[in-house]
Design a protein around this ligand. Structure first.
Ligand code: HEM
Length: 355
């Protein structure tokens, strides 16, 4: 989470805050506290939550986080607005500035400090958990390293000075396929928990009927054969669709090049089966669907690829063997509707010396 907070922070929170240890700690702990607090509050009926929240340590920390965010973000905004008066000042090209400029151009009031915490909430744990799932898969699949290293080095050979630019990242189609196959089998289905009125349930499993794209009906709707009254919760059975054998050959097996082969079929397919694609056949929902599909997925994809390139080129990874489980991929947690990589797993890294 810390690595992702720093990398995302460079674009989202700006260069002034990205390496500030207090800001990094705040972005990570705010996200964790929000999810923990939401989980605890769900144990209580909604009329009790306004009272119970005062007894939760996470809620106390969340309230303090807003104050801390103001203390750290407000001076940055002040310095920037003063510097903007200097001749020749070049505005930073980051989220802080984009938001400030947009709000000013539309004459809207806003709270950058609170927004920054919310952006962290949307971007840090999602990207970190996806990256960890991919790292776990890599650590359990030493046979795929050579193929991935070739894909990466070949793509870098085509860019000026071997630099990692967005074109080189786009050329890494096998790495992209590996990442997407991990997401097919280990999606997050995050962020929709708040719409559910069920207690938090936590258990281990790899085969639940996890759903995604949870929505609450705000006005009655009648489709051809079904009526949804207001307040009905609807969701898509994402997991069954993602591992259904009619949708995917050899559907429950990990196939690193599944999406690579699909992309090779035609020019249209080359665009439809990327890590960031929202497929029209609706067989996968890792980034949601429709007009609220995740807008940060392109950024997340590039961020994760850069991290993986570094790891794959410089290290061999391994899951330590444990009891009868010999270097096997760690089993996921399921928390409510979210699938979460087991946070207690240690991964062994061996530096590659003969590069
Ligand atoms: C691998 C990482 C990520 C995953 C798996 C992910 C997944 C999702 C999902 C499932 C949704 C809900 C879509 C829906 O309800 O239909 C969503 C929404 C959203 N995501 Fe992401 N996300 C990721 C990274 C990011 C990043 C890096 C950012 C920001 C830079 C971001 C910003 C957002 C925003 C603002 C929304 C709300 C969009 C809306 O309601 O219109 N996400 N994301």
């Amino acid at each position: 989470m810390r690595i992702i907070a720093i990398v995302s922070g460079r674009v989202i929170s700006g260069h002034e805050l990205a390496h500030n240890p207090e800001w990094i700690e705040l972005s990570v702990s705010f996200t964790t506290d929000v999810f923990k607090a939401a989980g605890k509050l769900k144990f209580f009926p909604s009329f009790l939550r306004p009272i119970v929240q005062h007894f939760l340590p996470e809620m106390k920390r969340i309230k303090r986080a807003y104050a801390t965010s103001h203390r750290l973000v407000d001076p940055v905004l002040k310095v920037r607005s003063e510097a903007a008066q200097w001749p020749g000042y070049v505005k930073p090209n980051d989220f802080v500035q984009w938001i400030a400029d947009r709000m000013a151009s539309e004459g809207l009031g806003y709270d950058q400090a609170n927004m920054q915490l919310s952006f962290g909430l949307a971007s840090i744990h999602t990207t970190a958990m996806t990256a960890v799932q991919i790292v776990y898969e890599l650590a359990a699949r030493p046979n795929e390293y050579e193929m991935l290293r070739e894909d990466i080095t070949e793509a870098l050979r085509g860019s000026e000075g071997g630099s990692i630019d967005k074109h080189a990242l786009a050329r890494m189609k096998k790495l992209d396929s590996f990442m997407k196959e991990v997401q097919r089998l280990h999606p997050l289905s995050h962020g929709m928990l708040s719409a559910l009125k069920i207690p938090f349930v936590q258990f281990y499993s790899n085969h639940s009927n996890i759903v995604a794209w949870l929505r609450r009906i705000t006005a009655p709707v009648t489709l051809s054969d079904v009526h949804f009254p207001t307040d009905t919760l609807v969701a898509i059975p994402a997991r069954p669709r993602a591992i259904n054998s009619t949708n995917w050959p050899n559907s429950t097996a990990f196939d690193a090049l599944r999406f690579y082969r699909m992309r090779e079929r035609s020019a249209a397919d080359a665009h439809l089966h990327q890590f960031t694609s929202i497929p029209s056949d609706a067989n996968m929902f890792p980034f949601g669907y429709g007009k609220h599909a995740c807008p940060g997925r392109f950024f997340a994809s590039q961020e994760i690829k850069v991290l993986l390139i570094y790891l794959i080129l410089n290290y061999d990874l391994r899951v330590p063997s444990e009891g009868t489980r010999s270097h096997e991929r760690p089993v996921d947690f399921e928390i409510g509707l979210a699938i979460v990589p087991d946070p207690k797993i240690l991964i062994e890294f061996k530096e590659r010396t003969n590069l």
